[in-house]
Design a protein around this ligand. Sequence first.
Ligand code: CA
Length: 230
Amino acid sequence: MAANILLVEDETGIQELLKFNLVKAGHQVTVSGDAEHALQFLKNTLPDVILLDWMLPGMSGIDLCRRLRNDERYQPIPIIMLTARVEERDKVLGLDTGADDYMTKPFSPRELVSRIKAVLRRRAPQMTDEPVEINGLKLDPTSHRVQGCGQALELGPTEFRLLHFFMTHPERVYSRAQLLDQVWGDDVFVEERTVDVHIRRLRLALEPSGHAGLVQTVRGSGYRFSVEVG
Ligand code: CA
């Protein structure tokens, strides 16, 4: 998933290293050298995630984090703190400020990319709170309800996430591995045939309103959510 990232970091070397790797991973990155500049930027633009260095000239990263957490407008934005400090005490303090995650320098850009992914996935409901409707099938992420032609449909939590992913990414084929990555997350070890099990359950759940056919098997490739007849 591509995200708009605000990187608040004063060291140019780290700015460049992180920006290079995040852009390579498909993200858009805005760099702020200090908290004041970051606040200015945030007035006009809400990023999907904020990477926040602890030690900044002027207002510290911790203070900025607290400030953002106390402001309703910024509360939903995931914050990952970056710091050179290693003490456990500081780690706890960092998390108490409302940061979602914490990384101690030096860290590998690869790990940062996967932490961003994890944090976005956890926070994805806020990012995509919009109800979706396709062909009379309605999914409401806020109330966790699914309706088919006005009829309430019962879905398990995995089937719900699977359907939400499908409905926000219709008419595209996804392999089992891609679905695992997108719906289950890469911190979970599940076999690919698990996907088949949940696809079957999803179809069964969509059966009562006649929407099971929207979940299509694409032979040799994976699955697709489509209103076209497969
Ligand atoms: Ca710094």
